[in-house]
Structure formats: C-alpha cells, structure tokens
Design a binder for this molecule. Sequence first.
Ligand code: CA
Length: 321
Amino acid sequence: FKMASTKMILDLDTGVDDALALALAICDPRVDLIGVIASYGNTLVETSAQNTLNLLHLLGENDVPVYLGESHSSTTDHFDVMPISKAIHGEHGVGNLSLATATRKIEQTSGIQFLIDMAHKYQDELIYVPTGPLTNMAKALKIDPEISHLIGNTTLMGGALTVPGNVTPFTEANINQDPEAADLVFTTQENLTMVGLDVTLRTLLTKKDTQQWRELGTQAGTAYADLMDFYIEAYDRLDIDHRGAALHDPLAVAVAIDPSYVVTIPLNMRVTYDKDTKDYGRTIGDRERLLEPTTTNVAVSVNAKRFVRDFMDFMIAVLKA
Ligand code: CA
C-alpha cells in the first residue's frame, strides 16, 4: 500500500538506467508513481513504452498506466535509434533480454495530455522526472504554458555544466536529441532541477553490486542483474568507464524525492541550439536572465556513497518480492 501524497510521473526512454529509475520510483514509499510517459531516445517510443510495461509486470506492478509521448524530436519528422544507444542499452533497450510481455496495454490517450491533466489535478503535489529527451515536456508547455507554474517540481536527467558532455565536449545525450525542446523547458519551467553528468558520472554500480541482486534468486533479481551487467560491460567495452556504470536516471528519481543527495547552485539556464556552432546542445547559464529570480537548481556535487547505498537497499527490497 501507499500513503504518499506526493505523486510522481516518470518520462522514460527505457533504456537500462531508465529501468533502474522505474524500480526505484516503485519501491520508494515517499512517492506514488501515477504513470509513465514514454519517450523516443534509447529506443523508439513504442519500444520504450512496451519495455516499461514489461518491467512493471516483472516487478509485479500492473496498476501503473504507460502513455506514449512523441516519436521524434520537435524539429524532425522521424527518429532512428543511434548505433551507440544500441551498443549501450541493447538492440531494444533492455540489454538484449527477452522479458515476458505484460498483460496490460499501452494507454490510448497521449502522454502529453496526461502530463497536462495531472499538472492541473495535483499541482504542487506532482513531481515530474524526465530521464530522456525533453520533447514531451516542451510539447506540453506549448499546448498549455500554465503547467510551467503548476508542477511542484521537475527533476530532469540531462545536461552537463561543470564537466564535458558525452556526445560532444559540450553536449549530453538527452539534450542532444532535442536541444530546442530542452531550451524551452530550461527557459520557461519553474522549480526545475538539473541532474546532469556533473553528478551522475560519480555514481557507479559494479558487478559486485548486481551479484547481490542475482543472489536473491528471484526472477526480477536475475533479470535486473542481467540487464545492468550488459550496461556495465558496455561501459567497459566502449571505454566510457572501466570502474562501473553510471546511475544516471535513478539518481534523478532519488534527487526528486530527497534533494539532500546533491549540492546545487541556483542558475537560470538555457540550451544553445545553433547548428553552425560547436557548442550545439550545450546547457549553460542564460545571459539574458542573469538578473532574474532563478528557476533552476543545477546539481554540481553528490553524496555518491549515501546514494548508492540507499539505491541498493531499495533495489534489493523491490527485487526480493
Ligand atoms: Ca534515459
């Protein structure tokens, strides 16, 4: 049962680390996960939605509705999964695992409308956590600008302020998918927290950790260990990090629930999107809004030890069941 009055909506391009974020959101009793919006990104949008449903089914949560978001960026009419995404997340986003198909189906209403409706319904009590491109939120903001004031807190995984990007020296992968959408979100959404590479690259999980999930002897424990090991091996093989794999998306969920995991600086941000410049897709302070009240907090340091320990405790609890 859940007593939490705080409602959470995830917006996932599921995705290995999205799968971890999903599990964390399910088992933290401080929030009630009321729905998941699918995004394109690590996979096509339909694959992302089906992956989320299948993972929810694996975790015994068949009550959480999953909605489709946009299938491509705000400036294109088509999306192909990048080869690097397949190398990191597997051909279909879940580390080449074949998960049992959920009985629940993808909802018929759009994820964009769902976000708008829930923003009006729950207002301050709503936390929205996008861990993929910001295309869905930008579209919702265009349809109904009022949600920029309504949503209690938006904590996004994306961007890089104090460290280089992972696509270019300036650009992080989620932002790179749709810099125009990201700029709209950063320049209009209130109560925004950026959980970017500045902090997520400092939170690593190893095979020693996933071995603990495997040893639970449950179907979910084995599946999540296989999933994460695929990702850890990809990090090693692709020379991203040989010490472990970063907990990008679950850190955003954790910070959304408990901001004390990170140290933030208040800064009005924007995203540069001039294709002719080498800093295309850069998350940087907004010179035009330096004198205005700040709407964004940027995480620049993290208590990684405490986060990884708490993350492991929650994961073991959810995978044990
Ligand atoms: Ca993601």
